[in-house]
Ligand binder design. Structure first.
Ligand code: TRP
Length: 446
């Protein structure tokens, strides 16, 4: 079944760190904090944790089961268990890889730029004005190009020699930096106001479809679900791993880093009295307000800012690797290309596509909405149906390597009925909204 000589992770730690690397990224440190701030603080955090348990973990485990079971890249894996009718879904996954990485690479480029500023000149008070040039235009494209070159080089080096090696070194560094920054932020005067803002719960917002849609989209994005990234990583596993435990560890680490990142961001913003600027725009909290905070802190701010943006680069890089790997593994399996060629051609095409987002931030915004609200939620819906109803005996796949799984029955039940109904409900609200946003962009209105 498995192609002889298929690449492999070196073992459990390598796989889990790579998967956590995929999950932990800009989503945790950029999207999560502004979504929480906008949508009811701790109430949103509680909703988000609930969705991760009830929706995220089941879908994650579904992807792992398909990937490890089939030992193939997404298009072939779906064909393996579901026949030719399911292969088009795999093509949608590859398309999602193109779309997401094209704008994700641009935002990652901003983080590279900020780290560069911290090293060379330090943050100035004019950062808000400079953000326009950093985020949009030739500079944005150049840093996107640099980031993509790094991603291509690592993914091109192999699963073990590239992706795993980078993750094993970088992820522990990211954990240490984020934890250290959270401890340091607690010592700031005014940190209390930041915690209050972040952690006071406004439950009244919780039941709006828009909030539930945001939380569900974020859970999918943050766990890298709905486009076969986790599926692809699991295809490099032997059948002796405990997938249910690993899915819980991956989701736990992902939620923990998002939560702790909020414990860095909010005290910092409140300690410097910049709170009125949060939420003014989706990117505001991170890319404008935080550098302002670093600027006001002088030398300390430069060091802290560098650490913060370094952690963001690490998160973005290990996530981008998984996005590119979906495209690369598909080209290798489907077209017979070498890894190096697939990484270069696929990554090159994605880099070029990113020009649209780099030169027009509205394209970036709409791509993000399209990917999250339609591609990932739709992909997740299809994955539930696939594992719930089509794949033969998925329970025995997750039992392989883990023995009896007490919640295997509940898992199947969630995938068959509860999660698809929930995702159907969310899609019902999010698809028309998103299509309107795209139509607006095409029509040229802001
Ligand atoms: N999870 C990453 C983040 O939070 C982004 C990411 C990586 C991703 N791979 C993915 C999102 C696959 C969706 C699908 O930043």
């Amino acid at each position: 079944m498995a192609a002889p000589g298929r690449e492999r992770w070196s073992g459990q730690a390598g796989f889990v760190l790579a998967a956590v690397g995929s999950a932990v990224g800009l989503g945790n440190m950029w999207r999560f904090s502004y979504l929480a701030a906008e949508n009811g603080g701790a109430a949103f955090v509680i909703l988000y944790v609930g969705l991760t348990l009830a929706v995220g973990i089941p879908v994650l485990l579904a992807e792992l089961a398909i990937g490890r079971g089939a030992q193939q890249s997404p298009i072939r894996a779906l064909g393996h268990f579901g026949g030719p009718a399911w292969k088009p879904l795999g093509f949608v996954f590859v398309l999602a890889g193109f779309v997401i990485l094209s704008y994700y690479g641009v935002i990652a480029g901003w983080t590279l730029r900020y780290a560069w500023i911290a090293i060379t000149s330090g943050f100035g008070a004019d950062i808000a004005e400079r953000f326009g040039d950093i985020s949009e235009g030739p500079d944005a494209f150049l840093f996107h190009l640099g980031f993509m070159a790094l991603t291509i080089a690592i993914v091109g080096s192999g699963v073990k020699a590239g992706i795993e090696r980078a993750s094993v070194v970088l992820m522990p560094a990211l954990f240490a930096i984020v934890a250290g920054l959270a401890l340091w932020a607690a010592t700031l005067e005014g940190a209390g106001a930041g915690y209050t803002y972040y952690l006071s719960a406004d439950f009244s917002k919780l039941w709006h479809p828009a909030v539930i849609k945001d939380a569900a989209g974020q859970a999918f994005f943050s766990l890298s679900l709905g486009m076969g990234a986790m599926l692809t990583y699991a295809s490099y596993l032997e059948r002796n791993q405990n997938l249910p435990n690993e899915s819980v560890v991956i989701a736990g680490a992902d939620v923990a880093i998002a939560f702790v990142a909020g414990l860095v961001v909010f005290p910092l913003i409140f300690a410097l009295g910049l709170s009125d600027k949060v939420g003014a725009s989706t990117v505001g909290a991170l890319f404008i307000t935080l550098p302002q905070a670093f600027a006001e802190m002088g030398g300390v701010g430069r060091v802290v800012g560098l650490l913060f943006f370094f952690a963001l680069i690490v998160g973005a890089l290990t996530s981008a690797m998984s996005l590119l790997e979906v495209v690369v593994s598909s080209a290798m399996d489907g077209l017979g290309w070498s890894r190096a060629r697939a990484a270069l051609v696929g990554g090159g095409a994605i880099t070029a596509l990113g020009a649209f987002s780099a030169f027009d931030i509205r394209v970036l915004d709409v791509s993000d909405q399209f990917a999250n609200n339609i591609l990932l939620l739709g992909g997740g819906f299809a994955l539930c149906v696939f594992v719930g109803w089509v794949m033969p005996d998925p329970e025995s796949e997750i039992r392989a390597g883990s023995g009896e799984v007490p919640w295997a029955g509940i898992w199947r039940l969630l995938l068959r009925f509860i999660v698809p109904v929930f995702l159907g409900y969310v899609l019902y609200f999010s698809v028309p909204d998103t299509l309107r946003a795209i139509a607006g962009l095409v029509a040229g209105s802001p």
